[in-house]
Write a protein that binds this ligand. Sequence first.
Ligand SMILES: NC(=O)c1ccc[n+]([C@@H]2O[C@H](COP(=O)([O-])OP(=O)(O)OC[C@H]3O[C@@H](n4cnc5c(N)ncnc54)[C@H](O)[C@@H]3O)[C@@H](O)[C@H]2O)c1
Ligand SMILES: O=C(O)CC[C@@H](O)C(=O)O
Length: 529
Amino acid sequence: MPKVLVSDSIDQVGIDILSQVAQVDVKTNLPPEELTKIIPEYDALMIRSGTRVTAEVIEAGTQLKIIGRAGVGVDNVDVPAATRRGILVVNSPEGNTVAAAEHAVAMMLSLSRYVPDANQSVKAGKWDRKSFTGVEVYKKTLGIVGLGKIGSHVSSIGRAMGMRLLAFDPYLSTERAEQMGCQLVELDFLLRESDYITLHMPKTPETYHLINAEALDKMKPTARIVNCARGGIIDEAALFDALKQGKIAGAALDVYEQEPLQEDSALRSLGKELILTPHLGASTEEAQVNVAIDVAEQIRDVLLGLPARSAVNIPGLRPDVMEKLRPYLQLAETLGNLVSQLAGGRIEEFNIRLQGDLATNESQPIVIAALKGLLSHALQERVNYVNASIEAKERGIHVVETRDATVKDYTGSLLLTATGPLGTHSVTGALLGDNEIRITSIDEFPINVPPNRYMLFTLHRDMPGIIGKIGSLLGSFNVNIASMQVGRKIIRGDAVMVLSLDDPLPEGILNEITKEPGIRDAYTITLPE
Ligand SMILES: NC(=O)c1ccc[n+]([C@@H]2O[C@H](COP(=O)([O-])OP(=O)(O)OC[C@H]3O[C@@H](n4cnc5c(N)ncnc54)[C@H](O)[C@@H]3O)[C@@H](O)[C@H]2O)c1
Ligand SMILES: O=C(O)CC[C@@H](O)C(=O)O
């Protein structure tokens, strides 16, 4: 019988499902070295947010076939390490949406009426009504940052409470936001206008410390902010200062830069202007049943040799089909991610062209992988091989799929074209003999470069000296160039330059590059590791 380790507390309904096919051991609060020691015995691991599944744990898990996260975020799992070992990582992208949204609203109302402090005061034997005069949310402006599943649910509750709704989401169309009764605005406007701000986006390099001292300075002195998304999106030190100095009226946090929150965190010393909960967003009976069923069923199915329905890293395909398609799925995801960044993220139209040997009906998973790549910059681990098409549809992206078997440059190639705020951009890619990914054209300019974590693309006039200028400019910002290639159609016409960089591009440098004579446009790209 296979063995499953459950290392965080999950609802009994999940244990019952797993017990149908496996021996289930529940061992919570394991120190990391103990987990690494016992993991070789197990075929599956089921966790919540408490267990850190590091590359070391994955390396030690020689029998592991699947890691199930009873919840959405897989930021506590080293997913690339699992993928390298062929271990499925599954989650429950929607099981706790309502719970998290309701917790954010509860925080907003508690902040407005000082419910936690008033309760403590009465329990301490007092009858103090004066200290707890609150404010109403009716007719106030609610700024939602990240209008995905949870943000949308918060918007419908906000609307029902008579609030004016603003939203900032760089990956969502104005039409989709309007359908939810929200006015899509820039972040600056939202920060300045909102009485309440609630955060519902993933933690990414882009959103890390998005709410810093500068952002807090822009908020009204009467504004209140709620973070039930991920720790690190708000700079906690800056928030402490802003609350202490009365720059904003209040904040409520469910998530922290470090969890559990350090015992000596300065945040614990603040008064009724700050409400803290211990990552309770998903802690409802209903959500815990939903996520436990969602994930336990997937672990059970995989142990029975069936596909998983919500795999974050590998689609649920038959192993032989998967073996053949795996390099193409990687190609499609990488190109999808790249073209979405070139087009500016908020994609309106997406064209997927399967060429050469890929122009068959068996290539459908490649189309899905391209969509997953397209959305992954915005949605991170919440987009998977199952929901990618639905997510694209719900975001109003017009997807066109074509096949052309006559293109013979490579055995099979993929041409992706996306239209977004930065215009229409295209990228072609193929696999070399040893399944190495190559980007073979950008905006129809022929190139031949492997994808890299950090890349810079320029569209420029092909003229002497331009490459040297960009090289020196990057050097002056201490950015090391790993490789460089130019693609052009005619000599001294337009050209693209593709630079693979060892370091991310520092802020402001893109502006400097576009100011150089001859440079028409420049784009910076970050691909997953
Ligand atoms: N506190 C909890 O217990 C709890 C429970 C569930 C989810 N969460 C967290 O809540 C957050 C939202 O989850 P969801 O299920 O709604 O995700 P989702 O993927 O459905 O929505 C996320 C939204 O954020 C947007 N986004 C991406 N980058 C952005 C940026 N830079 N600025 C603004 N918006 C951006 C995306 O376009 C998307 O619309 C996640 O961080 C998730 O991990 C927390
Ligand atoms: O309670 C949990 O397991 C964390 C929930 C939440 O942060 C998630 O990512 O699903």
